[in-house]
Design a protein around this ligand. Sequence first.
Ligand code: 4AD
Ligand code: MG
Length: 431
Amino acid sequence: MAEQATISTIDRFVGHEVHLRGWLQSRTDKGRLQFLNFRDGTGTIQVVVFQKNVPPEAFEAARRVTQESSCEVTGTVRADPRAPGGYEIDASSFHIVQLAQDYPITPKEHGIDFLLDHRHLWIRSPRQRSVLAVRATVVDAIRTWLNSHGFTLVDTPILTPAACEGTTTLFETDYFGEPAYLTQSGQLYNEANIAAFGKVYCFGPTFRAEKSKTRRHLIEFWMVEPEMAYADLEECMRVEEEFVSAIVQRTLAERARELEFLGRDTTLLRNVVPPFPRITYDEAVEILNREGVPITWGDDFGAPHETALAQRFDRPVFVHRYPAQCKAFYMEEDPERPELSLSVDLLAPEGYGEIIGGGQRTARLELLERRIAEHGLPRQAFEWYLDLRRYGAVPHSGFGLGVERTVAWICGLDHLREAIAFPRTLGRLYP
Ligand code: 4AD
Ligand code: MG
């Protein structure tokens, strides 16, 4: 009896007869020999179907099988250093489950719109599978690190009554006759949860109706947001650098094969260990103006500014203390210079830009009330949030790391749309 096996653990079955279930990736016809590039979800392997070793109907099926047909193979595992992956299957039987006809994605070049229209099929390609496998490891590294460093997961709502990150990107929906918004960030709820748990995080999809079409923006993206009671801006940066380094180093260790397949030069990623350089917004503005990427003090950075700044360092760089005017309403003031906020962004190298935004939140009721008014936010919707400054307010800090930007950076992708299985971009909701 053949044993049920998977390709990722095929080394345990050398010399045994195994049964594999999966899909045909490609086939090479050599007459009485059919070489099948077979995928089962855990990996790919070469299956050799030799006419004299299989029943006639099995050989007929192997000659007829088309790209992306589902199929089952029985055969003996053979170690072969010349085979891709080091192993091969000598088929004793082969059977088609469903014959795929005219699979739309062929080895020829396709345009990006065509591929995105066929994203439900495109995810099967080796490149896309590599990216999504890296993503899975990044997500696991995020959870593992936080869970083992004293953070408690507390899920935050997706339907919310108010904005967290500015009213221009709110995604409005109807909540039984009342307006509701898809969450832009779970941060405000995290700030409630720290009084129960000290250190918390939320991790889920977030939504921004971004009207600009860029390589770095999605409409729906995943964000992990840690929040810490009694942590100041310095502590926040210290946690961020440990966290990001752990994610990158674990992914390098566990996804070397995928990164190599993606052609990623990993030398720069190996540098991603603490401490990360820290510069102030003021210093950043000075550097940019000196280096010919002009910016007016008080303006937020655009992609060219972030790229130019990050280029100067061999690992991610913190930019802290942005002017209060270019940051969200909840930021704490710098006590020495009230025009500055205790905010910090982390910029990734190689032009990947901001992967983390965060900082110290104000613990002061009076400042928060003033900011809510200045930002034209509906005070009523924030009464509960103001309560957090009435009942046991503490200095606290936190941050949000964008999963797709992190994956794009680690994989070396030139667009965020490949870093998520089904991207939501400006004007695209299908498939
Ligand atoms: O800088 P942002 O807007 O910060 C917040 O939402 C804070 N409330 C987080 C916090 O402190 N708890 O977003 C954080 C990160 C960005 O650095 C970026 O990585 C990602 O979320 N991000 C996006 N990723 C993809 N598409 C978009 N449209 C994104 N907007 C933000
Ligand atoms: Mg930001």
